[in-house]
Design a protein around this ligand. Structure first.
Ligand code: HAM
Length: 422
């Protein structure tokens, strides 16, 4: 019988597990640099949390939730796998009274698996991983700007260049309602796709970001939001400009999750071959904590898709785990010396491996060094054993020298430290 991985999921091995771990490690460093503390929530939650927060009419709740059946099949399922992180984090914050304990100032980050029953395609999976932050504090445009800049700087730090920040404001509830009335009138006279006909009644703003519709001649939401919100939006744009962050004001950006209020943003990867190209997305959600029956607290956050970053970084060099030292042995006696040296190098935190197969020629042993992408090659033969030395080849600087076997460990340690400084 042949088993395959479930549709829309991935196996991680070889280069892709290294790229995955690289993104994970760097995001942790980055989030801590901005003073975010880590939180981990369960893989499943009560489904109502998502229905109440993301919204009944959202694609996620309507079509994409993975529900879990309890043992007793007659009981209605109450749980669902997590389709996103925000609602789950907010549930944990409320349940554990984290806001009260932190005097209503919380900066949290997470890295987690999410599950959505989608039609799998490039960059769109049923199990995927998100990195994200949630910043809970009194509304302040420096918070929005800090989170957006964190996301942008993280992508730059990974070496990703080809992206664009799209930003919009949904304004406050009153002005949004005003805008929705006008929008309804205008859209009634248009022929819409089947999905948008449903959205007209459930969440009309979502018609704006429908990929099938080309709706151009409609008023911009920005012209309907009140002065305070306009000023708030302008202040964020000013901070972005001041810090040399390019952006596009995108009047059609409304986001597919209902909890957003005010500012929303998405960061797209510019690749025409790839339609599901939002790398990071988020915004302000000032009512969610109260909606989930916590104390009122404003919030801003974002999440990014790790598999999407993996697609972008798949050809990046220097991500894959490099071996520090590979040891080549030229005689039977040398194998013993090499083996003992490998243990000593590992004891000194130097990533080391060695050839153990007597039948391998020198050329074949060099091939192994290439396979492991080793920074240094140590060569030991009978002559070296007599002289108590080794040949050390530096694969990066492309030089070679003889060095006493007693000094080799400290020498490589020093060289690796210098590499890290650069
Ligand atoms: P989202 O836009 O649903 O927002 O997802 C955020 C990111 O997760 C997307 O930009 C994309 O990179 C990745 N992503 C989403 N769906 C998939 C999928 N099926 N396959 C692969 N990657 C995917 C949220 O989830 C919000 N919770 C973001 C947020 C946090 N807003 C405030 N705080």
């Amino acid at each position: 019988m042949k088993y395959n991985k479930p549709r829309g999921s991935l196996d991680f091995f070889d280069k892709n597990i290294e790229i995955y771990n690289f993104i994970l490690k760097k995001f942790k460093i980055f989030a801590k640099l901005y003073n975010f503390k880590e939180i981990k929530t369960p893989s499943f939650e009560e489904k109502d949390i998502f229905i109440r927060s993301i919204g009944k009419s959202s694609d996620i709740v309507e079509k994409e939730m993975f529900y879990l059946f309890s043992k007793n099949r007659n009981k209605e399922y109450k749980l669902s796998l997590k389709p996103e992180g925000t609602a789950s984090v907010i549930r944990a914050i409320i349940e554990n009274k984290l806001l009260e304990r932190s005097n209503f100032l919380l900066k949290l980050f997470y890295i987690d698996s999410m599950y959505r029953y989608e039609r799998p395609q490039k960059g769109r999976l049923r199990q995927f991983h998100q990195f994200g932050v949630e910043y809970l504090s009194k509304k302040n445009y420096y918070i929005d700007a800090e989170c957006i800049i964190l996301a942008i700087n993280f992508l730059k730090f990974l070496g990703i260049k080809n992206f664009k920040l799209h930003i919009n404001s949904l304004g406050d509830l009153v002005s949004r309602q005003k805008y929705i009335k006008i929008l309804k009138l205008i859209l009634q006279s248009k022929t819409l796709c089947n999905d948008c006909k449903i959205r007209m009644n459930l969440n009309i703003l979502r018609v704006l970001d429908c990929k099938k519709e080309k709706i151009n001649d409609i008023p911009k939401i920005i012209d309907y939001i009140n002065d305070e919100e306009k000023k708030y939006f302008k202040n964020i744009l000013k901070i972005l400009k001041l810090n040399k962050i390019d952006y596009v004001i995108d009047n059609k950006l409304v986001r597919g999750l209902d909890y957003y209020t005010s500012i929303v943003f998405e960061i797209y990867y510019n690749d025409s071959n790839w339609s599901k190209n939002t790398l990071v997305a988020g915004g302000r959600y000032d009512n969610l904590v109260a909606n989930l029956e916590g104390k009122q607290c404003d919030a801003f956050g974002f999440a990014g898709g790790i598999e999407r970053l993996m697609l972008v970084l798949k050809d990046a060099k220097n991500i894959t785990n490099q071996l520090d030292v590979f040891i080549i042995s030229l005689s039977k006696e040398a194998y013993n010396v090499s083996f003992t040296l490998s243990l000593l190098l590992r004891k000194n935190n130097i990533k080391t491996d060695l050839n153990k197969d007597f039948s391998k020629t020198l050329k074949q042993q060099f091939k192994l060094c290439d396979k492991y992408n080793s920074k240094y090659i140590v060569i030991i033969g009978d002559k070296e054993i007599v002289n108590k030395s080794v040949i050390l080849k530096d694969n990066i600087k492309k030089n070679e020298k003889n060095i006493s076997i007693d000094l080799i460990s400290n020498f490589i340690k020093g060289e690796l430290k210098n590499d890290k400084k650069i």
